[in-house]
Design a protein. Structure first.
Lengths: 224, 246
């Protein structure tokens, strides 16, 4: 058995780190878009908007019921067959859109649960002073629901960061793609994938520390 | 004298059960009316219908120039009705994500469109009025039941509503907090605010109300001045109820 080529690993670190901005960028854009979409879907479901409610239910069922990789392939390689205009979409855009749709389905369900967890009396109190549906959601219900949903949503963000590695299968050179390319040149697969694994791991750990700090901090502010 | 608030033929059903079977009630400006009666006779439902928290199935509610017909009430009418009827909940129902001051300000800024400076000033006046000038920055979870209910009353007062509705405002309170809340309601009543109050505090009702309404089985059985209802009720059902509770 050969030992690990640690010198090679150290050389790889800055190369892989160079792709962290792309990975984080895709994750942040997809997360922001997914949050907005998920909140919207959750509200349609909570308010039981006719037709939209059923459409959203099918949307959520599909994106939770099929693997992310399959969804990305369908989107990037499959759909252009039907819509030739989609051929011009690059891998990064396709990955971000795919991740957005996939994670919005999961996040919509946890946001919906959090909204339903807000006490009925909070809705009534807001209605009683004459707030519109939009005002009561924006000012009373969603702020309370988001505190409940925050830890779960943070977990989805962590999952999302790791899932950006699948963009590699759409030909995007992100952290995973870069590691694969390096390994293909040097044949040092173990070293390359270990480096990329450790960098993901550190990113996620840093986020978890931030999450714990935020939860303590938010909890204090409202003292509940 | 003309009615300030006129309720006509109000009906509310929950599934097969008729909870309100045609309520007619006229409140004169500044009149303070207490509704009494056994549990489950529709007293709270009547109040909730007046604030459209429960949607009446039939009938008409008229407040000055605003007339809302249950059969075809528009969204704008419902919002206007709610704006003009302040509701005080049994369980306070303060906004958990807002401080005491923000709870009172919410109706001023979001609903009435006041700017923040003006709303803050008014909220602080109301806080002083309900005896909580020093608790404006506290969140509901940090307040006692009595304090929460006083903020709840302040929130309803901030609307400058034509009618204040009190739905058993002291029923959820520990006995030690009942007095301070009743004192506050008494002081509001002294200002000749038109109010409708559902209560089990008979002594209190007798003291502050101009008129007592006795309800049973979704109907108004009898109404009149406190002295007459408590001293010489005409209806046997009223007398039986009062024997049980006093």
């Amino acid at each position: 058995m050969k030992g690990l080529d640690t010198a090679y690993m150290w050389d790889l670190v800055p190369i892989i780190l160079g792709y962290v901005p792309l990975t984080l960028g895709m994750a942040i854009v997809a997360m922001a878009a997914a949050l907005v979409l998920a909140a919207f879907l959750a509200i349609l479901r909570v308010l039981r908007v006719p037709v939209a409610d059923q459409v959203v239910a099918v949307f959520i069922s599909f994106f939770r019921g099929t693997p992310l990789l399959v969804q990305l392939f369908l989107f990037y390689y499959g759909l252009p067959q039907l819509f030739p205009a989609m051929t011009s979409i690059d891998g990064i855009t396709a990955a971000v859109i795919g991740l957005t749709l996939h994670f919005s389905a999961y996040m919509a369900e946890s946001i919906r649960g959090a909204i339903l967890g807000v006490d009925r009396s909070q809705w009534e109190a807001a209605q009683s002073i004459g707030m519109t549906q939009g005002q009561l959601l924006r000012r009373i219900v969603l702020p309370q629901a988001s505190r409940v949903a925050a830890p779960t949503l943070m977990n989805y963000f962590i999952d999302l960061i790791k899932s950006t590695s699948l963009a590699f299968t759409l030909g995007v050179t992100e952290m995973m793609g870069a590691a694969q390319k390096e390994a293909a040149g040097s044949f040092l697969y173990l070293e390359a994938f270990l480096v990329v694994a450790v960098i993901y791991w550190i990113m996620v750990e840093l986020l978890s520390v931030g999450q714990r700090w935020m939860e303590r901090h938010l909890g204090k502010a409202v003292a509940r | 004298m003309k009615c300030e608030i006129d309720i006509a033929g109000l009906v509310k059903r929950f599934g097969p059960t008729t909870v309100l079977s045609g309520i007619d009630l006229c409140l004169k400006p500044g009149e303070r009316v207490a509704i009494i009666g056994p549990s489950g006779t529709g007293k709270s439902t009547l109040l909730r219908c007046l604030n459209w928290l429960d949607r009446p199935d039939a009938g008409r509610i008229t407040l000055g120039d605003l007339s809302v017909d249950a059969a075809h009430a528009s969204r704008a009418q419902i919002l206007a009705l709610r704006r003009r009827t302040g509701f005080v909940f049994q369980n306070y129902a303060l906004f958990a994500n807002k401080t005491a001051r923000q709870n009172i300000m919410e109706g001023l800024t979001t609903v009435r469109g006041w700017n923040k400076a003006r709303a803050t000033e008014r909220a602080d006046e109301i806080l002083a009025q309900v005896g909580l000038a020093d608790r404006g920055d506290s969140y509901p979870a940090a307040l006692s039941g009595g304090q929460q209910q006083r903020v709840g009353i302040g929130r309803a007062m901030a609307l400058d509503a034509d009618l204040l509705l009190f739905d058993e405002p002291t029923s959820a309170l520990d006995p030690e907090w009942v007095g301070e809340v009743l004192d506050l309601i008494r002081s509001i009543a002294d200002g000749r605010q038109t109010m409708l109050i559902v209560t089990h505090e008979m002594q209190f009702a007798r003291e502050i109300a101009d008129r007592i309404v006795f309800m049973e089985g979704g109907r108004i059985v009898e109404q009149g001045p406190p002295a007459q209802i408590f001293g010489d009720a005409h209806d046997e059902r009223t007398r039986a109820f009062l024997r049980r509770v006093t």
